[in-house]
Design a protein around this ligand. Sequence first.
Ligand SMILES: CCCCCCCCCCCC(=O)O
Length: 296
Amino acid sequence: MVSLRFPFLFSQPKKHPNGISRTITSRSFPATTTTVACALAAGAAAFAGIAATRNSKNPKQDNPLIQNALNLLFSNHLLAPWASLSLADPSPSVVETKTGAAFPSVIFESRRLLGIGLRKKTILGLKNIDVYAFGVYADADEVRKVLSEKYGKLSVSELKESKEFKEDFMGGDIGMTVRLQIVYSKLSIRSVRSAFEESVGSRLQNFGEPNSKELLQRFTSQFKDEYKIPRGSVIELSREQGHVLRTTIDGKEVGSIQSKLLCRSILDLYIGEDPFDKEAKEDIESKFASLLQVDH
Ligand SMILES: CCCCCCCCCCCC(=O)O
């Protein structure tokens, strides 16, 4: 059985939600885990309630049973104390648990979150740091429009095994966004440029892009010295119609470049052969394939 380590999707917000929603789910739990987690949380809450009636003075502080129940409810990535799972919230978010970075489940009205992950980097061969959390989104309508005729009858596991499907998914004219949420607090725009030079540069070369240097330079020069990238900054790399890569920093567009290989190279960092976060890649591929299923 394919495990969709992704919680749920609700109705869609009308505007691009750049802000962080306070409605929280946990990172990539399987549906079964989520259900169990909810049941546990409900049980803990009920237990806390019962225990509270036994110690009416200051139940929260005095009674270790209640404390344990509340700890269970609010810890271990189940739900943050301030989380709400209100169905009324138009834009629930998914949280990358290690960093706390929250990802709206839908952006730009129809791009759905497929999965989230974490980009780590080793500095000076010694220290492993969490640089940013990322979320990968795809336009569900475009996925179906472009791919359902060819792949609509295949199951998720068949699709995941198909190289051709993967090629069409990575290289197709389908709106997709990779959203990076910076968590490292000492990041300079210069290190953003050189990280892109290294990672995107190697992909462009692998894909045999003849003008890779020039293209890479056009791309990295969008990250100008004047931009600041403090913790919490959001960089979005979006593939728009006609393979145009649109880059924004905190919602402000910093450039657009039409290049199929550049779009492909960016996606390759997250869902290619050697992705930054293998677990995230699995989630993203499964969710993408599930968009083609009739009942998803
Ligand atoms: C000190 C570490 C610097 C790493 C900065 C990464 C910033 C964004 C780069 C995106 C592409 C990539 O992850 O390689």
